[in-house]
Ligand binder design. Structure first.
Ligand code: AMP
Length: 395
């Protein structure tokens, strides 16, 4: 399953990468993070004497559309790799084969946007077979789409029963997940935050019984507080989930998972950075006020829980971190993660969407053990689902 176990010499490695990058109106790449992330796998193949055929999707085109052409990422890719890259203006058929069949060891080719063909998302087997003709071995290095059973992410693996592997990026994600969900060094604490309970229910249910401590912060905490009879003013709430919230509290108690909710809150009377603020008990927020961050007592309790853990998973901010005056709780958690990583060699994983944005904003991304690259793919993994793109390699 590992890249280094493949025989790469003189062979063409067909690599599914995630080059779904943001472009400006001039068609220039404005954030090359995802392209940079694929470089180590590409260079490993080249070093082992192989050649590389890259395939990816870009955006959500309906049919062929020049504004979604992967040709636009070519200059960035060539700059980062330091070599010229061949481009095939279609990902299948003679146009692709003309480029990929003549590839020499050390050379790199990029295929046009996979989603110019509706068969990609449909997981069409014939199309996957056509794609497969472009390589001798198959490598999946696109964690961001691993939760989709598309032709290039899952179905294609059937055509390489002996010659398929995870790329280094995908292997890193799989390994990080294993270190949290399968073989964590204890105590294991999960911090779940963000706006909505509904989007994190699956994760919470999966983590109960697996983690020693489950911290629930952010806007979603108020649903739990109100479900227990607290007054939460105008704070974010999903009243229809009261029953679920109570059942989560009961399940956690039965499973021996310590569940921590915020005891105090930074409340405001308007959803604005410079609006008035007061610290109040989370279950006694005055009418007309809303909680936008965890309070000082909660910050300390949550940070203490992190600092006494040896594995920590973090998904979702503790407050409206986009506004500096309500970012203190999120920053405190991020700093505690950085500290426990440095001082106790804890394994700390930042998984998914807004907590990744928060740790980047705070400049602490290089001080935690692992920052996941996949939003939806990470969420589904934390719900305990085996992703089609990962399963296809394991099968
Ligand atoms: P999610 O996508 O569910 O992880 O939610 C992330 C969003 O939740 C961020 O944009 C935060 O601003 C928002 N958020 C976190 N805490 C609160 C809160 N107390 N009230 C309103 N929004 C919040």
């Amino acid at each position: 399953m590992n890249l280094t176990e493949l025989d790469l010499e003189g062979r063409r490695a067909l690599i599914r990468v995630d080059f779904n990058v943001p472009l400006n109106e001039a068609g220039e790449v404005t954030d090359d993070t995802r392209i940079r992330a694929a470089i180590p796998t590409i260079q490993t193949v080249l070093k082992e004497g192989g050649s590389v055929v890259l395939m990816s999707h870009l955006g959500r085109p309906k049919g062929v559309a020049p504004e979604f052409s992967l040709k636009q990422v070519l200059p960035t890719l060539e700059r980062l790799l330091g070599v010229k890259v061949h481009f095939a203006s279609d990902c299948v058929g003679d146009t692709a084969l003309d480029v990929t069949q003549n590839l020499q060891p050390g050379e790199v080719a990029l295929l046009e946007n996979l989603r110019f063909h509706p068969e990609e998302k449909a997981g069409d087997e014939f199309f996957a077979g056509q794609l497969a003709e472009n390589g001798d071995v198959y490598i999946n290095d696109a964690f961001g789409t691993a939760h989709r059973a598309h032709a290039s992410t899952a179905v294609i693996a059937r055509f390489f029963p002996e010659d398929k592997a995870f790329g280094l990026l995908l292997a890193g994600e799989v390994d990080a997940l294993k270190r949290v969900l399968e073989a964590p060094v204890k105590p294991l604490t999960a911090i779940i935050g963000g706006a909505k309970v509904s989007s994190k229910l699956g994760i919470i249910e999966h983590l109960i019984g697996r983690v020693d401590r489950l911290i629930i912060g952010g806007g979603m905490a108020y649903t739990f507080v109100q479900a227990q009879g607290g007054s939460i003013g105008n704070s974010l709430v999903e009243e229809e989930l009261h029953g679920q919230a109570v059942s989560i509290l009961e399940k956690a108690a039965a499973a021996g998972t310590e569940l921590l909710l915020p005891t105090d809150t930074v409340a405001t009377d308007a959803f604005a950075n410079d609006a008035a603020q007061q610290v109040v008990p989370t279950n006694a927020i005055p009418d007309g006020w809303m909680g936008l961050d965890i309070g000082p007592e909660t910050r300390k309790a949550f940070a203490d829980a992190v600092l006494t853990s040896r594995t920590v998973l973090w998904n979702g901010p503790m407050g409206v971190f986009e506004m500096p005056n309500f970012a203190v709780g999120t920053r405190t958690i991020a700093e505690a993660l950085a500290r426990v990583t440095a001082e106790e060699e804890a394994f700390t994983l930042i998984g998914g969407g807004d907590s990744v944005a928060a740790i980047n904003l705070l400049g602490l991304a290089d001080q935690v053990s692992y920052v996941s690259t996949g939003g939806g793919a990470m969420l589904e993994s934390l719900e305990g689902k085996v992703l089609p793109g990962i399963q296809a390699i394991l099968d």
